[in-house]
Design a protein around this ligand. Sequence first.
Ligand code: URA
Ligand code: CA
Length: 431
Amino acid sequence: MVDLIEKKRDNKEHSYEEIQFIINQYMQNKIPDYQISAWAMAIYFNSMSELELTYLTEALVASGEQLDLSDINGIKVDKHSTGGVGDTTTLIVAPLVASLGVPVAKMSGRGLGYTGGTVDKLNSIPGFNTDLSMSNFIHLVNQQKLAIIGQTKNLTPADKKLYSLRDVTATVDSIPLIASSIMSKKIAAGADCLILDVKLGSGAFMKTLDSAENLASTMVKIGKNHNKKTMAIISNMDEPLGYMIGNALEVKEAIETLKGNGPKDLEELSLVLASYMVYFANKATSVKQAQVMLRETISSGKAIETFKTFIASQGGNSTVVDNVSLLPKARYQIPVYSKEEGFVSAISAHQIGTIAMLLGAGRTTKTSVIDPAVGIELRKKVGEHVKKNEPLAFLHINDNKPSNIISQVESSFTISTEKQEPNRLIYKTIF
Ligand code: URA
Ligand code: CA
C-alpha cells in the first residue's frame, strides 16, 4: 500500500489490479484507515483518470449486493439528484413517467444534513411503507410501473466505509471521489439508464459552473463505461426549489404539481428530468415529444391518479391526494414579515435548508428523528415584489423553536430596489 500511495502522490495511473487490491484489502481491514486517508488525499490533489474512475466504481459496486431488476419488463430508468433544498422532483417525476409506461424501480435514501430524502417525504404519508420485500417491490413495478423503497440491501459497503473516512479527513470535496461514490450506488441499484441532476449554487455541493460541469461529465463517463445510458443536467440551487421545504409540506407541493397547480420552477425541472427519462426508455421519439406527452398526463389527471394508486399500493392513505389536510400538520404557522419593500433578489437555499433541518425537517446526525409536519413555506421567490410587513415565509413548527429563528429566516432573503429576473433554472445538459 505504501507503494500505491506513493504512486498516486506522484500522479501516476493505477492499474485495474491495484484498485481492486486497495478496495478489497480495505474491506478486509488489511489496510488501515491512515493509509487509505493518505491515498484519498493524494486523489484529492491529483485526481483520477477516466480508466481509474471506472475501475474504482466497479470495485465499490462489487463490494456489496446489487439489485437484480431483470424480472422487470422494459427499460428501467433511474434519476439522481446530488442534493438540494426543497427538491421534491422524485415524487413528481416518478408518477409522471410511470403514467407513460416507463418502469420506475427506485431505491431512495433518507435525508442527511440540510438536504431532504425521498424516503422521509414518503413516510410522512400516513401508513406509507418503504420497507417492501424484493419480490413485492418487483411485483409492484411490473403491475403498475412504480415502487419506491428505502435502502434495505447491503449495497456498496465499501463506499460507506470510504465515505465515513473521507468525512473526517477533509477528502469529501473531491470530484473523482464524489462521482465514483454516487455512481457506484446508482449502478448497484440496477437501472439501465440514468438521469443525473447536478445542483449548482448556495444550497449545493458544487458552487461554480466549472466544478458542476466537471462532476456531471465525470459521472456521465462512468455511467457510459458501465454500459448505462447516462446524461446529466446542471440545475440551479441558489434558492430552494418550489415554495415548500419540509416533508409533508413537500408531499403537498408534489400533489399540487401533479394536478397542474405547482410552482413553475418545480414543474419545469420535473418535466425536463421526466422527459429525458421517457426518451431514454424509448417511449418517445424526441425529448420534445416526451414533454408534450408528460404535460398531457398532468392535464388528463392520469399523473395524479398514478400517484394515488402508488400510495395505496404501499399501504399509504391515498385520500391525502384529494384532501391534503390529512397530511401531518404543524401546530403553529408563524409568519416572517419583510422589514422593507422591494424585490427579492436572492434566497439562501443553504440557510433555509439548515433552518428547516434545525426545526426537525431534516437530520443533524444519522440517528436524529424527523418531524414530518415541520418546515418552511416560502411566500416569495426570487424576482417577486414584496411590501413592507408582508410575509416572506411561514414557519410550520411544533414545540421545537430554535432561538432567533424568525430573524434567521428573514436574513435568508435579500431584498433590493431593482427588479431581478427569476433565477435561470437549467444551466447545461451533458451527454
Ligand atoms: N454524495 C455521495 O453519495 N457521495 C459523495 O462522495 C458525496 C456526496
Ligand atoms: Ca419544494
